[in-house]
Design a binder for this molecule. Sequence first.
Ligand code: NI
Length: 239
Amino acid sequence: MQAGLTFTLWKEIVMMLHIPGVLSREQVQAMRASLPASAWTDGKETVGEQGAQVKRNRQLPASSPLRQQLGDIVLAALARNPVFFAAALPLRIEPPLFNCYEGGEHYGLHVDGAMRKQHDGSYLRTDVSSTLFLCDPEEYEGGELVVVDTYGTHEVKLPAGDMIVYPSTSLHRVEPVTRGARICSFFWTQSMVRDDARRGMLFELDQTIQTLRGRIGDCAEVLTLTGHYHNLLRQWSEA
Ligand code: NI
């Protein structure tokens, strides 16, 4: 029974982690208001050969000042979010990008490129993918993010300001948007722990320790578990 429970938690909470309220309603509204229709260009800019064949959407150009300004707001929100830190264990985060799907636009099944060249010429390894929704589900039809992993197919469509975090090793797609527009921010994280399963176990251990600490305080057992968390992170981290 216990193993089954653990398996479920790992699969549902860690593989596809929903983090609510990464941005406030006010922040989402301000971002939306600053995005003119003319800001969007072809989304093929940031994709490799396989992705380009199945990608039909638009993005803010990576080099645009607006993309940078809005991306900085997302990065500041991530820095204040302990759940994102515990789940992704970020070593480096690529500056967030923004995309828009409407009028049937979609992104067919693909895998995100493993290594992404950065402005300074270095490479960032994509371990964790994140999508931060900037529109509410009622505003558009379709547009589900569909992630296919070892355990099946998961459909995601979240309230504005909420974020989904999932392993970059998964195949995924975005369904056609047949009414309204779907606007999201998305970005990749190189994690201190590249292995999805190890990162998942560390997250579950961390969350369990937090729960126990809240329930029974900093007793000797909680301290021991905390020690194991840090010693495992020390063994597995690449930072
Ligand atoms: Ni992708």
